[in-house]
Design a binder for this molecule. Structure first.
Ligand code: SF4
Length: 464
């Protein structure tokens, strides 16, 4: 069974501390993220109406989320009218049960997969493996991750942490048909993967996909991709099963037009993605099943501040500009959703019950670069601050914050506290605070307490 993110030990600070020691990883990440972010900036800069498009994307998503119940029912009817079958999954376990049941009913023991965040989120490959069904990832980067028994570390480029020679090693070890003389030239690596996958495309009778968008008025699903593997998976097999988060909905085709401009430019830095596949219900010779996945999304929807995370179209632009992601890499986040969006989405979807998930809202310097590039204007820093307030805190920290709040609430109390601090300034350590407060001074000096507060100085000089 391949690796699983769920139950990963540690917390973000520990994981990132280990990651920053890896200079090769930091080099790979910097090179890749800076290249993609440069391409994005160029193609976004070409559009004089980018700000209007972004506002439209945000407005459409907000409207859809406000009326999600209505649009989901509309979508269900449209898919059924077009010959498809719709299943509703409350959580990962239910979705996995539905999909494995559907595959088993076909009698097949293997499936091909189109890259899909939703199926990674529910760990579908592991659930299929437990039932004796082999899932073949067909996206090149996903294939590298799967063959390396590894975790994805980027939304768009899951194998961003691997370089060419590492990929060559993985192919030689895990793909028996690979010629021994394989070089680490990108075209040679791509050709080796193509040979490996082609046979699986042709023999597989079942495919599993996600979708970037679902159009409620027609029941159409939309997948955007660059390699053509998606088109093969969506069209060749006799049974197609799509697992899609309920927030991926758009009311109309007109709305889709906005997102077909926003997504490729923000994601791969292209004006248009090479392959856009759309299908409505079942086509001749193919059964179609749509599994609508909640898995915590309605809980996120109920949160006034946090619900904006459901606008996300998984473009990964926020990862490519994040100074924390660039140094820590994706694995430190312990989730299929790394980077700034992961720091707000994972704790909301999974709750903050584990040490790892409770540490994620702190995986940010709050610089705001993620908000600036987000094509649907998710105010990630706002959600991070809100989640930090909701995260579990030690009793001493809570008491300290309560006292600080009480002092800061009244200018007389603040002035008295400042005078007291000035009097005892000689007792405060210069470099490192004692006890549990030492963690705060591990990476910074203790700020010097002035002999006299600004308030007192002002009062003295005003009177003089
Ligand atoms: S939060 Fe915004 S920038 Fe980040 S992946 Fe989602 S849509 Fe893209």
């Amino acid at each position: 069974m391949s690796a699983t993110f769920l139950g990963m030990p540690g917390n973000f600070p520990e994981n990132s501390q280990k990651a920053v020691q890896d200079s090769q990883l930091r080099y790979n990440l910097r090179k890749a993220t800076h290249t993609i972010r440069g391409k994005r900036a160029d193609v976004v800069g070409e559009l004089p109406d980018w700000a209007e498009l972004r506002a439209a994307g945000k407005a459409i998503k907000d409207h859809t989320l406000r009326n999600l119940d209505r649009y989901l029912v509309q979508l269900e009817r449209a898919v059924q009218d077009a010959g498809g079958t719709v299943h509703w999954a409350r959580d990962a376990a239910e979705a996995n049960r539905i999909v494995t049941g559907l595959v088993k009913a076909t009698g097949e023991r293997e499936v091909v997969k189109v890259k899909s965040m939703a199926t990674q989120e529910i760990e579908l490959n592991q659930a299929l493996a437990a039932e004796g069904i082999t899932a073949y990832e067909t996206d090149l980067a996903e294939l590298i991750v799967q063959l390396g028994d590894d975790f994805p570390s980027h939304i768009l480029v899951p194998a961003i942490h691997r370089n060419r020679s590492e990929i060559r090693e993985i192919f030689l070890e895990k793909m028996p048909e690979t010629p021994a003389g394989l070089t680490d030239d990108p075209p040679a690596l791509a050709e080796a993967a193509r040979l490996h996958l082609r046979e699986r495309f042709l023999r597989s009778k079942v495919a599993i996909s996600g979708a970037n968008f679902m159009v409620a008025e027609t029941g159409t699903l939309v997948v955007l991709e660059s390699e053509g593997n998606g088109r093969m998976c969506l069209t060749l097999p006799e049974t197609l099963i799509s697992v899609v988060g309920i927030e991926k909905l758009l009311p109309t085709w007109r709305d889709l037009e906005v997102f077909l401009q926003l997504l490729p430019r923000s994601s791969t830095g292209e004006r248009m993605n090479p392959y856009t596949s759309m299908w409505t219900g079942a086509v001749e010779g193919q059964d179609f099943h749509l599994v609508l996945l909640d898995n915590g999304r309605t809980g996120v929807l109920a949160d006034e501040v946090g619900r904006q995370a459901l606008r996300c179209i998984r473009c990964s632009a926020c990862l490519n500009v994040c100074p924390v992601y660039e140094r820590a890499g994706g694995h430190a986040y312990g989730s299929v959703y790394p980077g700034p969006i992961g720091a707000i989405l994972t704790p909301q979807l999974r709750g903050m019950g584990s040490e790892l998930d409770a540490s994620l809202p702190y995986a940010s310097s709050l610089c705001g670069a993620c908000y600036d590039v987000c094509p649907v204007a998710i105010d990630i820093p706002e959600v991070l601050v809100d989640l930090r307030a909701k995260a579990p805190h030690a009793a001493a920290e809570k008491a300290g914050m309560k006292v600080a709040g009480w002092i800061l609430d009244d200018h007389r109390r603040l002035a008295a506290a400042q005078r007291l601090a000035s009097k005892v300034r000689g007792l405060v350590p210069k470099k490192r605070l004692p006890g549990p407060m030492s963690a705060w001074t591990d990476t910074r000096d203790v700020p010097e307490i002035p002999e006299e507060s600004f308030r007192d100085w002002w009062e003295r000089n005003e009177r003089a």
